[in-house]
Design a protein around this ligand. Sequence first.
Ligand code: PMP
Length: 770
Amino acid sequence: MNTLEQQAVDLATEIYGLTATTATALPGEMDQNFRLETQDGRRFILKIAADERDDELLDLENAALRHLALETLPLRIPRLVEPPSGPSERVRLLTWVDGRLWVDVPERGPALRRSLGAAAARLDRALATFHHPVAIEREHDWDLRWAHRQARHVSQVAEGNRQALLDHAFQQYSGHLRDAWPTLPPSVIHGDLNDYNVTVDERGESVFGLFDFGDLTASHRVCEVAIAAAYGCLGEDDPVAAALDVLAGYHQILPLEEDEIAVFFPLVCARLAVSLVFAARRRAQAEGNEYLLVTEKPAWTALERLAQSSPAQGEDRARGMCERKPAPGGGQAPDSLSATRKRRIGPSLGLSYRQPLKIVRGRGPYLFDHRGRPFLDLVNNVCHVGHAHPRVVEAAHRQMARLNTNTRYLYDGLTDYADRLASLLPEPLEVCYFVNSGSEANELALRLARTHTARRRLLVMEGGYHGHTEQLIGLSHYKFLGKGGAGAAGPDVSVVPAPDAYRGRHRRTGGPQDADLGRRYGEEVGRVIEESNDPVAAFLCESLLSCGGQVEPPAGYLADAFERVRAAGGVCIADEVQVGFGRVGEAFWGFGLQSTPEAPVVPDIVVLGKPIGNGHPMAAVVTRREFAESFATGMEFFCTFGGNPVSCAVGLAVLDVIEEEGLQENARVLGGRFLAGLRQLAGRHPLIGDVRGRGLFLGLELVRDRHTLEPAAEEASAIVEEAKKDGFLLSTDGPLHNVIKIKPPMVLTADDVDRTLRALDRAFAAHSPS
Ligand code: PMP
């Protein structure tokens, strides 16, 4: 025994009256730990708290040990030996937990790993009734809720490829966990079931005991099993399978929820990443503390191998392992649901994909089918801030539980929301009307324009879509000229050419005359105005064409066209239903992309829909005061649901999220990343004729021949189907059905973009003409 060990023996005698014959110093992160043995073979651990150890935290740990001592657990947990002279919180004597350390077991099989999961679950079940204020208050670095804080220290790891690996892990973590935390079941957890804190029976078949409760905290239940799995997979050839063993063992004792299963792998990787970042940081500070560095090598290997499987694959396998039954709440299988739908729902309502998906849940940019398989949703620009965004859900829930009424009463939500929306639009757009859908909003916009001008004639755009009502179908060239269409609404509808620089009347050539394309398409508007003596009431146009094939007008188009419309006494209506609220990245509104200080583009009426309520049915029209005054003819405007308190609360929450999560900027950055990647794909796959769009509103136009522009509609559908097989949801559109649309929820991550590009690459490779 060295001096320190002798001191430990003396302390045990002095405080606990224990006569130890031997003492052995043990490694530890903070405390000084000694194994003591008595003459009669009893073993203990004496823990001397480091000075920096907080009294409160020691109290928490001790309280947890006392709580667990009263539970009947089929596991060895250290017991606190209470000294005869009253509690001694800083020099503690605990019973020794027998068994071999997990790390010392040479061959660990699936049964042992399952038993680790089961032990973690049993422990968590016992901790479910443990309460301590410090557990809730503490915020410590190893708690996976704060893992993202370590992301900024990745640069302390020397090797660049390893930095990339860690970045990937932190990115996955953020992508999956950002919105998930509020729905994950909370729990007090041990928080550090690492391979040095778990013992195994002598045969190496099952977990025998657990110790070191120093990281105990109130976190989330799934973090416990993820941490155990992060260490349980070290040194294994197939760490995914090994982690799944731990998960399955846990799930058998304490069934996990779908959301927990979905975040399991990102948490496992985050724990390894946190551990590796800490090792790098500590190496600099506390050279030589081997205890902190021991798991480094196997952790790198495990993380590298885990990163080779996609989150969707990992999640799929996790669900399979936990034998999740189909669709929570049951419901019909997709085939029988399709049959019922055929009987009950009008046949003109289409379904996406050859094998339609039954979607039961959404979260962030993901949709989950009835088997729990995640799909990255790249087409839903309605759930703008992500599916089931907790903030929006909560706002709706809270307001719905308090009051939902209508605009005939005074309430703050309506004016708060109108103020907020107006503040996002350029002057003089300041008066708001609230309705329930984009169609309704366009109808109202037309009433406003026609009442103000006392004229009827409308200019609409080739390829435009504005809604499903009787009148709007006749104003939506995409519909009235498409299948089943019956032509324009009447003689007072004129169609202006789509400002499509790829396939339209005036095309991009790569030469200097391209700068003039906006004006040339503007002249087309002027030409159409002059085709008739009937004076123009309004020009109704989408700021970027959506159903028309994701077409961004050439620079200067809207300024030129609006000028001509106004010169003819008409009103300019921007339909922003598809593209508003930051989607295009560089501007908050689609028309903003065309606005310059020399030629500002400010519509007279703006129509908002789809993303405005993140899926809650609401829409708005914002206009100038004089238009609103003309509209006050004596006839009341009333829309039963429009602007109700719940919708206003939802609308405000959506704006908060866009702002606080920096989603416009995210769209700008990811749009650039997507466009660059898609252009690279175009270099490899001749089917891609044009890559276009802005921010997270993008399109790929497919052609069989880059000179004749023969549309490749079937190929586009086949590629969409192929990507779906891989877990990526896209769709086709455009008058020729040959444009692949990309307009995902704005909460996509760079990693999602990269994975989508890889999936598209594979899909194109599978369908390239041989
Ligand atoms: N305008 C545009 C540009 C649209 O894309 C749509 C819907 N696709 C509408 C209006 C109509 O909106 P809603 O379906 O909410 O009536």
